[in-house]
Design a protein around this ligand. Structure first.
Ligand code: GDD
Ligand code: MN
Length: 396
């Protein structure tokens, strides 16, 4: 028996009366008939639907869609009470597609022919290969920007895309894998991804209801562990009408990228870890000086280090790794002992590499060696030990 999947092409529209009728006709008569098992490269049966989410356009876009919906029973119109932004329109559309149209996959697709309908079957093919999230990229081989774009537009698109990538993902693998973070052409698996998303567009769930939504959905979907692939997108010039992107959009997208990275669990944890380490350093220095007033060498070093270790363990347990907090006297004692061992490991690293540096480059720049060793060796070592050993997530 062949598998039957439903894919819903969600198209948000605002004043697209001159485009949307043609788009629906094109999809239904030219694109969908080719999306058939055994035709082309596809092997599964696809039930293709169209959902237009119209921001109550004054130009009669809704009327055009209504007419098409009478003609094609796979074509649906969701009219918003007002223009709430493209991001809000997509969340409303996703919800409708899942609840009412049985969607297994949802497409994000523009109504103005800038996204070539011919890319849809290529994306479905990637889905059939097992990907959860397939996006059209203008930056990979075979993809392109419109021929008519001047230097300035290309520059802003390239530069903006790179900055967004950098802020959101550097230095992790998605920085290298996501070449076109601001693309608007995507398909996402519902099961395990869109159905786990908060689709309530009201309130502050979206960092922006405008074009920056795409960065947020991208970030969230990848965070959920979606198997992800890019296919080439030849981004065309608009067929008719005008772009709804406003001048402030670039700033908005930049803001969204920063907030996504800032509020990310990993970032928050890492910042807390750094803060705790810094507090530990200060405590170490204060007690070193204090103990030196009444204790003999080497004890001020030993005791001040241990106090810093106690501080680091306590603060990390109560704050940084709060979600994996260690409770109970026997667990605490065991883990505290482990933590001391791990800290001893850091001291060994510091000793070996500090001595080595002095041997190789001379004894002159001790403070520089120390800084380099801490940043590049001790911090990564501690971070790894804390995450993988001390506060390791208990797996079920
Ligand atoms: N319902 C609704 N509400 N639809 C909207 C709204 C809104 O507030 N704003 C825009 N749309 C619809 C448009 O009518 C169009 O069908 C689609 O969303 C894309 O909007 P455009 O105004 O055509 O955007 P663009 O062409 O400037 O931007 C495109 O390129 C960007 C990358 O450079 C889009 O594909 C973006 O998604 C993409 O990031
Ligand atoms: Mn457009």
């Amino acid at each position: 028996m062949k598998q039957q999947n439903t894919a819903v092409i969600v198209i948000p529209t605002y004043n697209e009366a001159d485009n949307i009728g043609k788009m629906i006709e094109y999809l239904n008569t030219k694109t969908f008939p080719n999306i058939v098992a055994k035709k082309g490269d596809l092997t599964q049966n696809w039930d293709m639907k169209i959902l237009v989410v119209d921001g109550n356009s004054p130009d009669g876009t809704g009327k055009v869609v209504e007419k098409e919906a009478k003609k094609y029973n796979n074509t649906f119109l969701l009219t918003e009470t007002s223009k709430d932004g493209i991001g809000a329109a997509y969340l409303k559309g996703f919800k409708y597609a899942i609840d009412k149209l049985n969607a297994d996959f949802v497409f994000e697709f523009d109504g103005d022919f800038q996204h070539p309908p011919e890319t849809i079957p290529l994306m479905l093919k990637a889905i059939e290969e097992g990907y959860d999230y397939v996006i059209g990229s203008r930056k990979i081989k075979g993809g392109s920007n419109p021929k008519g774009w001047g230097f300035k537009r290309v520059f802003f698109s390239e530069f903006g895309g790179f900055v967004a990538r950098f802020i959101m993902f550097f230095p992790f693998k998605n920085f290298f894998k996501v070449t076109d973070p601001t693309t608007g052409l995507k398909v996402t698996r519902v099961k395990g991804f869109v159905d786990k998303m908060d689709l309530d567009w009201k309130g502050d769930r979206l960092l922006t209801k405008s074009f920056g939504y795409k960065l947020q959905l991208l970030f969230e979907t990848l965070k959920m562990g979606a198997k992800f692939k890019e296919v080439p997108l030849n981004f065309h010039v608009r067929n008719a009408g005008e772009s709804k992107i406003e001048a402030k959009t670039a700033k908005d997208i930049f803001r969204v990228a920063i907030l996504l990275r800032w509020y990310d669990d990993f970032t928050q944890k890492f910042l807390k870890f750094g803060t705790v380490g810094f507090i530990g350093f200060i405590i170490n220095a204060i007690f070193l000086n204090l103990f030196s007033t009444f204790l003999n060498k080497p004890w001020p070093w030993t005791f001040s280090a241990e106090i810093a270790i106690i501080s680091n363990f306590t603060l990390n347990n109560l704050w940084t790794f709060r979600s994996q907090q260690i409770f109970g006297p026997s667990r605490l004692i065991k883990k505290f002992f482990q933590f001391n061992l791990s800290s001893a490991g850091a001291i060994v690293i510091q000793t070996i590499f500090g001595t080595l540096a002095e041997y190789l480059f001379g004894p002159g720049n001790k403070t520089l060696y120390l800084a380099v060793i801490i940043v590049f060796l001790v911090l990564p070592y501690n971070w790894t030990m804390y995450n993988l050993v001390i506060w390791k997530n208990k797996k079920k």
